[in-house]
Design a protein around this ligand. Structure first.
Ligand code: NAD
Length: 552
């Protein structure tokens, strides 16, 4: 096996020079390098979500790089759970890379069996955007948390979070988006994080007003209720949430973004130091998982009490309720899931976490695209997000922008950008991609597809169909992922990346791929009976072709 690299040793190439035979391959290679440049533990190939990896091991990584460098425009590289297995002849309108990651047939899809297969080096957890190289750092979830808080404030607080206290936890790869999202939404709050280095990182980024390990001090700092003031509290979430219940302090909004889905690597048990946790997850994974689930049960009981006390409480997509329910909290699902409760109306219109990455490495390309997206006047929400993001959000790694566009909006924008690349108005090509947590991309009955109106929330035909239609459309990278560790057996998702290199071929792939992807999402919700989706499908002409009158 190749030697592991040191942290920081992998960085994404910038500039116009190609190592590959075209921008499609070069773009994907830069995306792979980028997720390691900005990942949480690049030395272990871990990008985010406790152990979401970019490649199976360093040998696989080197072989993927070498394959992309040699790959012709009419060839497709096949990757199985982060390990490249073969190159096949295809066509210049077929994917450059197809991959499947973490998929285990139903009966066997348990966290324990997944771990066993992982230990035997046969499979890996690719998260949603780690294994297929689409992670853009905390910005990837930033707008999601922001949109969510906006929806919460519209529903519960007359449209403003000003003067409201948000309590949450976790400042990891995704969780570190929370302080800025709370501030952008005008709230204030406390983020509990067990690792002081993660608090310091968010403080250095300017996202936390201060860091303390004292709950009283954190509460006192919030008393002035200055909008946008977010405090980092170095402590265990289960302990802090319980302590607030004991003191009768009820925040306005309560959630959590520890990596609770992974009971071994993602959640530090109560009464366990950080050093002890790190040691135990190697020496006694089963023991640490049991303690972690017990601690999650303590935290969820506290969240239920805070809900009873008047707080708006929801799970933010980390499987916390499932873990707590498994540890005996029978009413864990009294807590709402964020997607069903607040985001579904957007998904019904194909609006979800779309994003683009400037492969040149030039920030000026993102500024140009910020201008373009506003000029194209999609919706007022898009304009206000871009205005906030362009001022307050600093990209990690290759410059990127997350922007929740909907069906039809995505392809129109991407085609306009492809035109700019063709006219050499940008420093280089642009990659278009999205989170798997999108209308067509995900089946997760406790996240995206919780309580679907027709009871179809566990049917994973939809993300599989999404990947198939994306392949048929010639998207540059198509991935089918399923859950590892605590998500095992709970989720299936599809990912896509398409490179706008300014060519006619790219225009075709962008138009077909982006419309098929978001279009299938709208149809998925229309099929489940949601009125917004039925009307969106109708106005976009989605569905079966009308019967031709002249047909016999
Ligand atoms: P991560 O592993 O990078 O970070 C988790 C953080 O939680 C770490 O910093 C860890 O120290 C901290 N932590 C663990 N136990 C704790 C405890 N008991 N008290 C306080 N802090 C504790 O994970 P991540 O990438 O930030 O992802 C977090 C979760 O969000 C995952 O479950 C992931 O799958 C989920 N997720 C949700 C969305 C969404 O759209 N809502 C998107 C992506 C990921």
């Amino acid at each position: 096996m190749a030697e592991p690299v040191k942290p920081g040793a992998v960085t994404a190439k910038r500039g116009g020079e190609l190592r590959c035979r075209g921008w499609r391959q070069e773009g994907l290679l830069r995306m792979l390098e980028n997720v390691l440049e900005i990942g949480e533990r690049p030395e272990d190939l871990v990008v985010y979500a406790a152990r979401g990896k970019a490649a199976r091991d360093w040998t696989s990584y080197s072989r993927i790089v070498a394959s992309l460098e040699r790959l012709g425009d009419d060839e497709t590289l096949v990757i199985q759970s982060g390990k490249p297995v073969g190159v096949f002849s295809s066509s210049s309108d077929a994917p450059v890379v197809v991959m499947a990651c973490g998929n285990i047939v139903g009966h066997y899809a348990t966290a324990e069996y997944f771990d066993e297969l992982c230990d035997r080096g046969l499979i890996m957890w690719g998260g949603l955007t780690a294994g297929d190289w689409q992670y853009i750092g905390f910005q990837g979830v930033l707008q999601g948390v922001y949109e969510l808080l906006q929806a919460v404030s519209r529903e519960h607080f007359d449209g403003s979070l000003e003067g409201r206290f948000v309590l949450t936890s976790g400042l990891g790869g995704m969780g570190s988006a929370q302080p800025l999202a709370i501030a952008l939404a005008g709230g204030s709050g406390i983020v509990v994080e067990v690792d002081p280095d993660k608090c310091d990182r968010s403080f250095e980024r300017g996202h936390l007003a201060s860091v303390t390990d004292d709950l009283d001090e954190a509460l006192a700092s919030l008393e002035d209720a200055e909008p946008g003031k977010v405090i980092g509290l170095v402590a265990n979430a289960a302990a802090v949430y319980g302590a607030l219940v004991d003191r009768g302090v009820v925040p306005d909004v309560v959630t959590d973004l520890t990596a609770a889905h992974d009971a071994v690597f993602g959640y530090c048990p109560l009464d366990c130091s950080l050093a002890e946790w790190r040691e135990l997850r190697q020496s006694d994974p089963a023991g640490v998982a049991e303690r972690a689930r017990w601690s999650m049960a303590v935290q969820v009981r506290a969240m239920l009490s805070l809900k009873a006390g008047g707080a708006v409480v929801f799970e933010d997509g980390n499987n916390l309720r499932v873990q707590a329910q498994g540890a005996g909290v029978r009413d864990a699902f009294e807590i709402d899931g964020f997607a069903e409760r607040y985001l579904r109306p957007l998904f019904c219109r194909g609006i979800g976490p779309f994003r683009w990455i400037a492969l040149s490495g030039e920030q000026s390309d993102i500024a140009e695209l910020d201008r373009l997206v506003v000029e194209m006047s999609f919706r007022p929400e898009v304009d206000s997000w871009i205005s906030l993001a362009s001022e307050r959000v600093k990209s990690q790694g290759l410059p990127a922008r997350s922007c929740w566009l909907g069906h039809g909006e995505r392809s129109r924008f991407a085609l306009a950008v492809n035109g700019l690349v063709s006219d050499r108005k940008l420093a280089g090509p642009v990659a278009f991609t999205r989170d798997h947590f999108d209308s067509g991309g995900m089946t997760h009955p406790h996240i995206g597809t919780e309580n679907m109106a027709d009871g179809s929330g566990a049917i994973s035909d939809w993300p599989i169909l999404d990947a198939l239609v994306l392949s048929a459309s010639g998207a540059d990278l198509v991935a089918v992922h399923a859950g590892g560790a605590g998500y095992a057996g709970y989720m299936q998702s599809a990912g896509v990346t398409i490179i706008a290199d300014g060519s006619q071929g790219a225009a075709g792939r962008l138009g077909r791929g982006l419309d098929a992807d978001s279009g299938l999402g709208v149809l998925r919700y229309a099929d489940a009976g949601y009125a917004e989706a039925i009307s969106a499908a109708k106005s976009a002409g989605l569905g079966l072709r009308p019967e031709r009158e002249d047909r016999p």
